[in-house]
Design a protein around this ligand. Structure first.
Ligand code: FES
Length: 75
């Protein structure tokens, strides 16, 4: 899982790109757009939706929240 902190909110997404097996934690985050370091696919970390190719499969997201300084995962 990759945790992203944007404007005080935390988002959890699967760390592996849906195009090929590359860690997205090596990519770049610009506001809510997460860019894959290998071929440049972009995903919206709020929904997991593909925003730019070559990936054509959305990213899995996780429901996370901050509680008393801890990052927690909703089941
Ligand atoms: S591996 Fe991520 S876009 Fe190709």
């Amino acid at each position: 899982m990759l945790l992203c902190l944007v404007e005080g909110a935390v988002y959890g997404v699967h760390d592996t790109c849906t195009h090929e097996a590359v860690s997205l934690s090596l990519g770049a985050l610009c506001e809510h757009r997460l860019r894959c370091p290998l071929h440049g696919s972009e995903f919206d970390i709020r929904s997991g939706k593909v925003l730019d190719e070559p990936a054509d499969t959305d990213l899995q997201t996780y429901s996370v929240y901050i509680d008393d300084g801890w990052v927690c995962l909703h089941e």
